[in-house]
Design a protein around this ligand. Structure first.
Ligand code: EPU
Length: 436
């Protein structure tokens, strides 16, 4: 371990690995389960979310929801399942005041606003936290809810929102925001009348939320398209449900990136190829071959990865959350690839860390120009956020020597046992507990 480096907290140590082989089973998606948990605010009863990932953001969301009045417990998955079960009991005793210190730890805390306003006409909550990619405003969430009759006082610290019963409205988004679509959806299902969301986001996680809401008795048309039509119903006509969380496409892509960079062939079970269409097509352009079946994807690495140019876009485009993986892969590919970020101008902070491993990357505005090098070389690096942290672990597996990744608490927010799963494929990776 480098003397010049004094990390705080656990560290992941990765060293030259490959070829990888075997099977990894991918659990449910962070960006779905957090919203499904919030949906339990809408109706009384007992909910069970299966296939739920074991990640820190779920714990934070559970603490937040328990603070407003839900009862939440966790239990192991049944045989043949993966992840965990989350049991949520809503007995109607809700106080729509979310503790600020919890809400500002995750972005998905903003997803309490829609259901709490919709059902209880009141919300007081901190501005949401989450990964720091530069500004992440919530103007579209608030404008949409205002169009439905809500009023907000927004201070630098938080939001206080009020309404009588919300009324349906036509809401035309400037941009298909994931969080704003979810928030308006969860408010509209219990509003008076019909709400139309135009230019709605279409991510598989939104389809998953719609599927749970429909199971509860909500009336939503146009699911999976960019126009959602929602007819509000009385909250007491809704019922609690058991729902299986959709598989995490970004975790699935992480194991594909690992095999692509280390060599070998790996089965990524439960990965849904349909949800990853554009990404798989671009991975194919890089030389990875795929065998796809109804329950997963087998990915086989080429001798050498080929460079591609790629732009991040809302679904069905290549998601911004894949980008750190793509940049890591391009850093050892043959040729030059240009990656254009269209969602978050500040989502290039990890490039400095990849450079410490010897990657040749130049940033020009919202483009990263990545010139493939023969090999990366291990070094101490810091995980700046969830996805970049995972990409650094994967890059460390293909680097010569040892890579120490610190600030792994970011990775724990969104990855369910990344180290254990990679190690089960034969990767040389371990976790060092702080102080050991
Ligand atoms: N935006 C606005 N105003 C708004 C809402 C969004 O300007 O009111 C902008 C954002 O600043 C950003 C863009 O629109 O530039 C996209 O934001 P979006 O609302 O679509 O994203 P989000 O709901 O905040 C979710 C995921 C992110 C993922 C994005 C895009 C959760 C908890 N987070 O964020 O996931 O990158 O969608 O797909 O669902 C991650 O998992 O690592 C992660 C960052």
């Amino acid at each position: 371990m480098s003397d010049a480096f004094s990390p705080v907290g656990d560290m992941i140590v990765a060293s030259t690995s490959g070829p990888l082989s075997g099977e990894v089973i991918v659990p449910g998606a962070k960006n779905s389960v957090l919203k499904l948990m919030a949906a339990a605010l809408l109706a009384d009863g007992k909910y069970v979310l299966t296939n739920a990932p074991i990640i820190d953001d779920v714990v934070i969301m559970a603490d937040l929801l328990m603070a407003v009045g839900l009862q939440i417990s966790f239990s192991p998955a049944s045989p043949g399942e993966v992840g965990q079960h989350i049991e949520i009991v809503n007995n109607g005793a809700i106080t729509p005041v979310a503790p600020f210190e919890l809400a500002d730890r995750i972005r998905a805390s903003v997803n309490l606003v829609g259901p709490l306003l919709g059902r209880f006409g009141e919300i007081s909550i901190a501005l949401p936290g989450g990964d720091d990619f530069g500004g992440r405003p919530i103007d579209m969430h608030l404008r949409g809810l205002e169009a439905m009759g809500a009023t907000f006082d927004v201070t630098p610290d938080g939001i206080v929102g009020r309404c009588a019963r919300l009324s349906g409205a036509v809401i035309d988004f400037d941009f298909p925001s994931v969080g704003a679509t979810e928030n308006i959806l969860m408010a509209a299902v219990v509003a008076d009348g019909t709400t139309v969301i135009k230019n709605a986001a279409r991510e598989p996680e939104i389809v998953d939320l719609c599927s749970m809401l429909r199971g509860m008795g909500c009336r939503i048309d146009g699911v999976g398209t960019s126009t959602l039509t929602i007819t509000g119903v009385e909250p007491r006509s809704l019922q609690a449900v058991t729902h299986e969380v959709v598989t995490d496409r970004v975790q699935a892509a992480t194991y594909i990136a690992a095999v692509a960079m280390c060599g070998g062939s790996v089965r990524v079970s439960r990965a849904n190829a349909e949800h990853m269409g554009m990404m798989l097509s671009r991975f194919t352009d890089m030389g990875i071959t795929f065998a796809i079946d109804t329950d997963g994807i087998t990915a086989t690495a080429p001798q050498q990865l080929a460079s591609i140019d790629v732009s991040t876009l809302p679904y069905p485009g290549v998601a911004t959350d894949y980008k750190p993986l793509i940049v890591a892969m391009l850093s050892v590919a043959n040729g030059v690839g240009i990656v254009t970020e269209n969602l978050y101008p500040g989502r290039f902070r990890y490039v400095e860390e990849l450079r410490k491993l010897g990657a040749d990357i130049t940033i020009d505005g919202h483009h990263a120009v990545v010139r493939g090098v023969k090999h990366l070389v291990g070094a101490p690096v810091v995980a700046p956020d969830i996805r970049a942290g995972a990409a650094l672990v994967v890059a460390g597996l293909c680097a010569q020597g040892i890579t120490e990744i610190s600030d792994v608490f970011h990775i724990d927010r969104g990855y369910d046992d990344l180290v254990g799963r990679l190690a089960s494929l034969g990767a040389s990776v371990s976790r060092i507990q702080a102080g050991s």
